[in-house]
Design a protein around this ligand. Structure first.
Ligand SMILES: [Fe+2]
Ligand SMILES: [Fe+2]
Length: 213
């Protein structure tokens, strides 16, 4: 269920493009924000993981869809940008004495990817829609956290809100362009799954987890 935004949330949502807010099926529950603030180390470690994963998703599309020039340009730019974010998070963790360790992935990305269709071009369209949702949700979560963070992290997350907002637009644009048929019903399907994953109780805190069980 969508959560009524608080005044603070409304303020930070001024950072987000109207298209992005319209695209996401719901706002992040306040309970997740509280969970994140109580798990500073895990937040940054999983954030680093997400940046690395975002780069690797873009790279895998570069390998698979060599006949799509626009996709190649966008994914190449995206992979570089995500790796830069990765470096920035790792540097920030080092400065804060946070030890980078392996942690399990959240259920989120797999909970979306398990619905990807097997044949082309449906497979590509689904992956691009999921990419748009992940980027948009990441962007929204950075914005939700900003009012509660120290100056250094707030400044960093403000810069990420801008990048991830663009990434969301690129994924959505590619999905619409490369799909042979309108994709609104498919977007609605994945949006419903996404809303379930972010609002339902979850076992472990991660950047894209649901709410505490
Ligand atoms: Fe990123
Ligand atoms: Fe991104």
């Amino acid at each position: 269920m969508p959560v009524t935004p608080t005044l603070e949330t409304t303020d930070c949502q001024d950072l987000l493009p109207a298209e992005l807010l319209a695209f996401l099926p719901c706002t992040t529950p306040d309970a997740w924000v509280d969970w994140a603030l109580a798990n500073h180390e895990l937040l940054l470690i999983d954030h680093a993981q997400c940046e690395k994963k975002a780069a690797s998703t873009a790279m895998s599309l570069l390998y698979r869809y060599v006949d799509q020039p626009l996709l190649l340009t966008k994914m190449s730019q995206l992979a570089r940008e995500e790796l830069l974010h990765f470096e920035q998070v790792v540097k920030l963790m080092e400065a804060r004495g946070i030890v980078y360790r392996h942690i399990s992935a959240s259920r989120y990305a797999e909970g979306l990817r398990r619905h990807v269709r097997g044949q082309e071009p449906e497979r590509l369209v689904d992956i691009l829609i999921i990419g748009a949702l992940i980027e948009a949700r990441s962007c929204e979560r950075f914005a939700r956290l900003i009012p509660h963070l120290d100056d250094e992290l707030a400044k960093f997350y403000r810069s990420l809100v801008k990048s991830e907002g663009r990434h969301f637009e690129d994924y959505l644009m590619l999905a619409r362009r490369l799909a042979p048929v309108p994709i609104d019903a498919r977007i609605a399907f994945f949006s419903d799954r996404e809303a379930e994953l972010v609002t339902m109780p979850d076992t472990a805190f991660r950047f894209h987890s649901g709410v505490p069980a």
